[in-house]
Design a protein around this ligand. Structure first.
Ligand SMILES: NC(=O)c1ccc[n+]([C@@H]2O[C@H](COP(=O)([O-])OP(=O)(O)OC[C@H]3O[C@@H](n4cnc5c(N)ncnc54)[C@H](OP(=O)(O)O)[C@@H]3O)[C@@H](O)[C@H]2O)c1
Length: 221
């Protein structure tokens, strides 16, 4: 049975962290940019790190670039924002470096319903599937259900923050994720354990609702 928490933790005082972003495309670069502006040390990663140099240069001294493996080694907390299909390959390449670390999973299941990972996500739920793939990481579903453009726009607009639903089984990991949502100038809404990620998966009302905390709470009923 799914337990709904719908709790919004109060932000603690800012503590700079080393954060890695695996997949610095639309979503990863939006979140990573906000974190760097907030004062975190961010490593953006790519299979072709040199392509990230212009963005890193614009963002300044808080941002470095590297491979996914380098970001996993560097960071205390990692955001993964790539297509879902390569997750098993990335787990093979970086899984050991992520052991014991908080892994913020923004990846949505494959569009092709016949893909084995789409089928596993449909039956098991996306959060538990990511946790199966990255068995030793502390997975939290986070930033998966909001638009990258809205995250980018939310920087500096804390008066009307964008609410970001998240779900995880590890209470300390969820608290860290909530703090990092806050540091990205958004507002966390903790929905419950990893299995509650199904409540804001693609196809549900909260998915891409891109709204305020109060309204997002209402979409969860
Ligand atoms: N865009 C949004 O608004 C949004 C919002 C919420 C969640 N999401 C989710 O976030 C994920 C990324 O979406 P996006 O829109 O940011 O996509 P994107 O702009 O295409 O970026 C995806 C990134 O993944 C990396 N990547 C692609 N194939 C890979 C592979 N085989 N192995 C390793 N890395 C690979 C690419 O990095 P390199 O090619 O540089 O290595 C690229 O930077 C998706 O799962 C999506 O559902 C997106």
């Amino acid at each position: 049975m799914i337990h709904l928490a719908l709790d919004t933790p109060v932000a603690k005082p800012f503590r700079p962290m080393r954060l890695g972003v695996i997949g610095a495309g639309w979503l990863g670069s939006a979140v990573g940019s906000n974190w760097a502006r907030a004062g975190h040390q961010v490593m953006l990663s790519s299979r072709h790190p040199s392509r990230l140099a212009p963005l890193a240069n614009r963002l300044g001294k808080n941002v470095s670039t590297g491979t996914p493996r380098a970001a996993a080694n560097f960071a205390e907390v990692v955001l993964i924002s790539v297509p879902y299909e390569p997750l098993p390959v990335l787990a093979e390449a970086c899984g050991d470096a992520l052991a014991g670390k908080v892994l913020l999973d923004a990846c949505n299941p494959p569009w092709n319903p016949d893909h084995p990972l789409a089928q596993e996500c449909a039956s098991r739920g996306v959060g538990p599937t990511t946790q199966r793939i990255f068995a030793d990481a502390r997975v939290v579903r986070c930033f998966s259900a909001v638009d990258a453009s809205r995250i980018a726009e939310s920087w500096g607009r804390s008066s009307v923050p964008l609410a970001v639903p998240l779900a995880g089984d590890d209470a300390e990991a969820v608290a860290i994720a909530a703090q990092l949502v806050h540091d990205a100038d958004c507002q966390p809404l903790v929905v419950g354990g990893l299995d509650t990620g199904v409540l804001f998966q693609r196809g549900t009302p909260p998915f891409r609702a891109n709204t305020t905390l109060e309204r997002l709470r209402r979409t969860f009923g």
